[in-house]
Design a protein around this ligand. Structure first.
Ligand code: COA
Length: 254
């Protein structure tokens, strides 16, 4: 079965991270599937809304670390950047249902969603500084905007996880639910949206995002250049090797 499930019903396309044995971590092939699905969904007038989901115990462990080590994204045309530009520019409403850990891009993609519903077991983290990396997906812009600078510094410099209730308090999450109810709730909201005129949904979203898109794309590109360089440097290599060897990284020599 595919690592990304794409299912369209009643005007809603649902994209499911489906790699549970690797905690739904995302490979280059999965980014490519996501980018293609977003493009197809954007072009299909019958689809009015997209839902991202994982499973009840895991949303996503972020980028696949073996990919980071063996095949880091080389250019701005790499699947991950295609996906990031696709979601940043996506004109129709995007909903996420998040349960369990949402690591790295598992959290940063949520800043591009319009509505987020979380299980009470959701744990959000952006541990880029713990991995010798820097923020991606315009999170260095969007996280301080939403959380305020000091809470953003806790999340991005310390890389500390925060739970669903804290995410609700800062406005990253719309509602916290029992994990078994989050996906169903997101689907019900998606169907409410899908019953509305597409032109109103698109124009409302465009007006709310107006003025920021250029800045978001510029930040994605600048972060991407730094991220790509840092992936190849000793600190990140040590962090990824330590993860694979199930030990703590030693940054004393980098
Ligand atoms: N990339 C590749 N494989 C990953 C992965 C990732 N990001 N996250 C988890 N996995 C794999 C593990 O290597 C393990 O594989 P194995 O069974 O073949 O040994 C399997 O998924 C289960 O992971 P495990 O760590 O044992 O699960 P857990 O329930 O104890 O912890 C997480 C879950 C998500 C908290 C933990 O896996 C984690 O922190 N992952 C790394 C997150 C990360 O740093 N992502 C990069 C962000 S930029």
């Amino acid at each position: 079965m595919s690592d990304i499930l794409v299912h369209t019903e009643d005007g809603v396309t649902t994209l499911t991270f489906n790699r549970p044995d690797k905690k739904n971590s995302i490979t280059a092939a999965m980014y490519a599937a996501l980018a293609d699905a977003l493009a197809a969904t954007e072009a299909d007038p019958a689809v009015r809304c997209v839902v991202f989901q994982g499973h009840e115990a895991i949303f996503s462990a972020g980028n696949d670390i073996a990919d980071f080590l063996n095949a880091p994204p080389a250019t701005q045309d790499s699947p991950v950047f295609r996906f990031l530009r696709g979601i940043a520019l996506f004109p129709k409403p995007v909903i996420a249902a998040v349960c369990g850990p949402a690591v790295g891009i598992g959290t940063t993609l949520l800043f591009h969603c319009d509505l987020v519903y979380a299980g009470d077991n959701a744990a959000f983290s952006m541990p880029f500084a713990n991995l010798g990396l820097c923020p991606e997906a315009a999170s260095s812009l969007l996280v301080p905007q939403m959380l305020g600078y000091h809470r953003a510094a806790e999340a991005l410099l310390l890389g500390e996880p925060f739970m669903a209730e804290a995410a609700l308090e800062v406005g990253l999450v719309n509602r916290v639910l029992p994990p078994l109810e989050a996906a169903g709730y997101a689907q019900a909201v998606a169907r409410k949206l899908a019953a509305k005129p597409l032109s109103s949904l698109i124009e409302t979203k465009r007006l709310m995002k107006k003025g920021q898109t250029e800045q978001v794309l510029a930040q994605v590109a600048e972060e991407g250049a730094s991220f790509g360089r840092m992936l190849r440097e000793p600190a990140a290599k040590e962090a990824f090797t330590a993860f694979m060897e199930r030990r703590k990284p030693d940054f004393s020599k980098v």
